[in-house]
Write a protein that binds this ligand. Structure first.
Ligand code: GAL
Length: 390
């Protein structure tokens, strides 16, 4: 089934000019915040969202740039006789919750589907787009993740790839227009798992970001596969339109510190949205330090808004680089093997044939002026993250 939709790629490419109309001011840099799904899934409720907002402030994450508190699937209740959506019993008063989140200097995100049902089987927005957008705006919602889910049924039933793609585009367009009509700036986050080369057309339905892959989970192989699969996508990202390789798993406990450093480094080089997916209220000081590392965040949020990409790969050793404002570059040396490895960066390969001033981000240490090559030992499943400038 997924293959069928994925094959709509050619049609999507042919049909679309790729013109992006999304308002870049809604997401001038990759959105930063927190999302409930990876840790809480269907256990999310009002009290937990408040606790996460509190922890976002107390931990220093807000001051490091994290803004959105995003409620994922399972908040939805029933529609009333007029068709207006209401939250379920876990969320007694969404407006009051939004007010609380805003009072902390944060913003609130919510979740729905262009289909009749969400992925967890709750009420979707199909046929109620205008109403739902108005409801979200009235509550004070600042961000919508719009997850394909049950719309894939009618797309497959349509019987052709171009018809399927037309259904999808129309559905995302309907919600984009409904959000604009509210007059409230609401970040529009497309989630359809990267089918049909969404990076080529996500901006044309006013997506500020679009998931480029299926779901992440808290394991090194899955995180790595997703991160490395972003090779070649850098040219589709720009301020207001970001590739989204899914939310962070840092702090959820399934990976080792070097693996989480790889996760953060790769996401920063990819100019990916940084949406923490752990429990902020109980995280360790090490997790807080990793999520709030100012230099890593600065790479991700660099004002030039250029996504990084793969520079070289040799078996399990990969080098990725991201251009930064002012001619600097961030470079990641990734060792995906199970043993430490010596890695060597030819500075000319990343545009510094004449040498560079270098800084090791995770140790926070200057490496001094370098010429020719930089050689270092990178731990198993780990990374050396550098910034280079002339
Ligand atoms: C998936 C989506 C996840 C999460 C989940 C909720 O389709 O990719 O990120 O939102 O649905 O049901």
């Amino acid at each position: 089934m997924l293959k069928t939709i994925a094959a709509a790629t050619a049609v999507a490419t042919a049909l679309l000019t790729g013109a992006a109309h999304a308002d870049p001011s809604a997401a001038p840099t990759p959105p930063m915040g927190w999302n409930s799904w990876n840790h809480f899934a269907d256990k999310i409720d009002d009290a937990t969202v408040r606790a996460e907002a509190d922890a976002m402030v107390k931990s220093g994450m807000r001051d490091a740039g994290y803004v959105y508190i995003n409620i994922d699937d399972t908040w939805e209740g029933q529609r009333d006789a007029a068709g207006v959506i209401h939250p379920n019993a876990k969320f007694p008063d969404m407006k009051a919750l939004a007010d609380y989140v805003h009072s902390k200097g944060l913003k609130l995100g919510i979740y729905s589907s262009p289909g009749p049902k969400t992925c967890a089987g709750y009420e979707g927005s199909q046929g109620h787009e205008v109403q739902d957008a108005q409801t979200y705006a009235a509550w004070g919602v600042d961000y919508l993740k719009y997850d394909l889910c049950s719309l894939s049924g009618p797309m497959i039933a349509a019987g052709s790839l171009d018809k399927a793609q037309a259904i999808e585009l129309a559905a995302y367009r309907r919600m984009a227009d409904a959000l604009h009509a509210t007059g409230r700036p609401i970040v529009f986050s497309l989630c359809q798992y990267g089918f049909a080369q969404v990076w080529r057309w996500g901006g044309s339905v006013d997506g500020n970001l679009w998931r480029t892959t299926g779901d992440i989970n808290d394991t090194y192989p899955r995180m790595l596969a997703i991160g490395l699969s972003q090779a070649g996508l850098s040219k589709y990202a720009k301020p207001g339109n970001w590739n989204d390789p899914d939310m962070l798993e840092v702090g959820n406990g399934g990976m080792k510190p070097d693996e989480y450093r790889t996760h953060m480094s790769l996401w920063a080089l990819l100019a990916a949205p940084l949406l923490a997916g752990n429990d902020l209220a109980t995280m360790s000081p090490e997790t807080t330090a990793m999520l709030t590392n100012r230099e890593v965040i600065a790479i991700d949020q660099d004002r030039a808004g250029v996504q990084g990409d793969r520079v070289a790969v040799e078996g399990p050793l990969e080098i990725w680089a991201k251009p930064l404002a002012g001619g600097a570059k961030a470079v990641g040396l990734f060792n995906t093997s199970d043993l430490p490895a010596q890695m060597s960066l030819n500075l000319a390969d990343v545009g510094f044939a004449g040498g560079a001033r270098a800084h090791d981000v995770w140790s926070g240490k200057d490496l001094g002026p370098l010429r020719g090559r930089y050689t270092t030992i990178v731990p198993a499943h780990g990374v050396a993250l550098l910034t280079l400038s002339s």
